[in-house]
Design a protein around this ligand. Structure first.
Ligand SMILES: NC(=O)c1ccc[n+]([C@@H]2O[C@H](COP(=O)([O-])OP(=O)(O)OC[C@H]3O[C@@H](n4cnc5c(N)ncnc54)[C@H](OP(=O)(O)O)[C@@H]3O)[C@@H](O)[C@H]2O)c1
Length: 343
């Protein structure tokens, strides 16, 4: 029987999500990888228990996380039933729809049909009555934004979700989506973009600043650049690492330039008495513009390391200037196309 740690709220910091009433942990956990059929259930349980025991109250999922798609929600549903049942009101659970999930024209993108059906499927897989946040996972250039946002509004009003969110929408579309949701009376709680020291599109695009101005919270995914912003790739590609698995971190992303810069960033982290992973998370959170860093983990010890970031979230101007020298944009934003399509 799992007994949650009595001191689970002692270390974590909780940050207000935009101008909403919701607070999110500075570090959140995503179940994109390592929660499919290719990972033993005990590992998933260990990661989730460790996260909750260290104050991570937010678990992020999507319909298609696996493999196969849906497997992560199934696995999380069983962990919820076995371990977290009595803690449901301490948890913020999110899911999303937008990427390919089932065959035919309704299994992806942003139609009302697709979003509402997918949300119902996700609730069933997780054994939940509602999720806390439901997202449009990507902008759909062929569906009127009013329809996609109307579906989110309906999902909230019908009790399937408490809040609405959007993911990988660029600044212009974010402004429109936020305005539509506001008119409908369901405010946009949060935006989920990719963001890290090697992928700074939210700064260039003005998204980060726009979200702050709009009072919408933000959750930065891949804050560790899928593991590149840790020590693990400084001497090649270790066996078992994500880059060795032919998934979403391709060896071609580990360019000589990236590895040289990561070495320098690692030295700066050592000077701050932090691991590089911790510094990468603190950097994403550095100016309050991002509410929470959404990490992934293949083992529980990584969760513990990442949570340690909250012990030092401050940077001197000198450190930030040093980091800027090496926080060079790499071609690692797999989600760029979603933000760039013409409306
Ligand atoms: N909205 C979207 O379109 C979208 C897209 C992608 C992701 N996401 C969300 O973002 C979440 C996080 O994405 P991500 O997993 O790519 O994030 P990430 O935190 O950048 O990378 C996680 C990976 O880094 C390694 N790692 C983590 N902590 C470490 C540590 N302390 N020391 C050494 N290595 C460490 C592990 O890789 P190894 O396997 O090599 O150990 C882990 O699987 C996803 O689960 C999902 O919820 C959303």
């Amino acid at each position: 029987m799992y007994q949650a740690a009595a001191n689970r709220y002692d270390q974590m910091k909780y940050r207000r999500c935009g101008k909403s009433g919701m607070k999110l942990p500075a570090v959140s956990l995503g179940l994109w990888h390592n929660f499919g059929h290719d990972t033993p259930h005990e590992t998933k349980v260990d990661i989730c228990r460790t996260a909750f025991d260290h104050g991570i109250t937010h678990f992020d999922l999507a319909n298609n996380y696996g493999p196969p798609p849906g497997a992560a929600e199934h696995a999380f549903g069983s962990i919820l039933a076995d371990d977290f049942k009595s803690h449901r009101d301490e948890l913020i659970i999110s899911s999303k729809a937008g990427y390919e999930m089932w065959d035919g024209p309704y299994g992806e993108w942003g139609s009302r049909k697709s979003l509402i059906s997918s949300c119902d499927q996700s609730l069933k897989r997780m054994g939940l009555e509602y999720v806390d946040i439901f997202y449009s996972h990507r902008f759909d250039p062929d569906t009127p934004l009013e329809e996609t946002m109307g579906a989110l509004d309906y999902i909230v009003r019908s009790g399937r979700a408490l809040y609405a969110g959007i993911s990988s929408y660029n600044t212009e579309r974010t402004r429109k989506a936020v305005a539509i949701l506001k008119d409908l009376g369901t405010p946009c709680l949060i935006h989920q973009p990719s963001y890290n020291m090697l992928n700074r599109w939210v700064e260039r695009d003005g998204l980060k600043e726009t979200l702050q101005n709009l009072g919408v919270g933000s959750i930065a995914f891949t804050p560790l650049a899928q593991g590149m912003l840790t020590k693990k790739y400084l001497g090649g590609i270790p066996q078992g690492s994500r880059a060795s698995q032919g998934k979403s971190l391709f060896p071609s992303m580990l360019t000589d330039n990236a590895v040289e810069n990561i070495k320098k960033l690692n030295e700066i982290a050592i000077g701050r008495d932090q691991t590089l992973a911790q510094m990468a998370i603190a950097w994403v959170l550095r100016d309050g513009g991002i509410t929470t860093a959404l990490i992934g983990a293949s083992k529980a010890s990584q969760v513990i390391d990442c949570v340690g970031a909250v012990n030092n979230l401050e940077f001197t101007a000198g450190e930030l200037a040093q980091i800027d020298k090496y926080a060079d944009e790499e071609q690692i934003n797999l989600w760029a196309a979603s933000a760039e399509q013409d409306a």
